[in-house]
Ligand binder design. Structure first.
Ligand code: SAH
Length: 225
């Protein structure tokens, strides 16, 4: 079971009220999960004082931990039910994965940066979140555990990788930021039989999804240089 520490709980409650509920996040289970997961544990210690601020924060390796509101919006869009099989692409240090685990989903998460993947694996396990962290290019999805009830891509993609659509279960939801390297629109795709419903949620800014079906490696990390 995840550790039930109440450290910084007042800040989390304020985050949930002022950043999530105030902006229209309604799913009670998502709000509860984000009240319990200790966000400050999923970042380098020097960033921890700012953990509950309304923004993304650097986690090293030119990567970021997503803004709380975006994590909530993606999680709500993914409509995760207990026991759902969920795949995340872009683990970072594991915060979004912990939120999905707190919703009692069976969580698989892929990270291309081996150093971040290892840190996330250790952190999630130390805090008691049962999450499988895979090191590799997530643009191919992860076949051994497919199909998925939900897939969340937490890096900005130039287009929807076909492997991810293929690995969705019937009724499955795919939440993915699509656009340029600097600015994307968050899309919610729902698979119904052979049909894909595509809804645009809102504008967002993620670090690039780098891989076979993402942005080419050579744009990275020069993009931020
Ligand atoms: N989900 C994280 C945010 C991660 S930032 C959170 O909860 O805070 C995006 C992450 O995607 C980075 O760590 C980056 O290394 C990773 N990434 C980029 N392209 C990837 C790919 N093709 N496969 C797996 N991970 C990728």
């Amino acid at each position: 079971m995840p550790n039930t520490s109440t450290a910084r709980e007042a800040e989390r409650l304020a985050m949930v009220e002022d950043q999530l509920r105030a902006r229209g996040i309604r799913d009670r289970r998502v709000l509860e999960a984000m009240t319990t997961v200790p966000r400050h544990e999923f970042m380098p210690v020097e960033q921890a004082p700012a953990a509950y601020e309304d923004r993304a924060l650097p986690i090293g390796e030119w990567e970021t931990i997503s803004q709380p509101y975006i994590v909530a919006l993606m999680t709500e869009g993914a409509a995760v039910r207990p026991g759902d099989r969920v795949l995340e692409i872009g683990t970072g240090l594991g915060y979004q994965a912990a939120v999905l685990a707190a919703l009692d989903a069976r969580v698989y998460t892929i990270e291309r940066n081996a150093q971040l993947a290892e840190q996330a694996r250790q952190k999630l396990s130390a805090l008691g979140y049962a999450v499988e962290v895979i090191t590799g290019d997530g643009t191919d999805g992860y076949r051994p555990a497919a199909p998925y009830d939900a897939i969340l891509v937490t890096a900005g993609a130039p287009r929807v990788p076909q492997a991810l659509v293929d690995q969705l279960a019937d009724g499955g939801r795919l939440v993915i930021p699509i656009g340029s390297r600097a600015l994307q629109q968050l899309h919610l795709l729902i698979k119904h039989g052979g049909e894909i419903l595509d809804r645009t949620l809102e504008a967002c800014q993620f670090v690039p999804l780098v891989g076979k079906q993402g942005w080419p490696q050579e744009y990275w990390p020069r993009f931020f240089g």
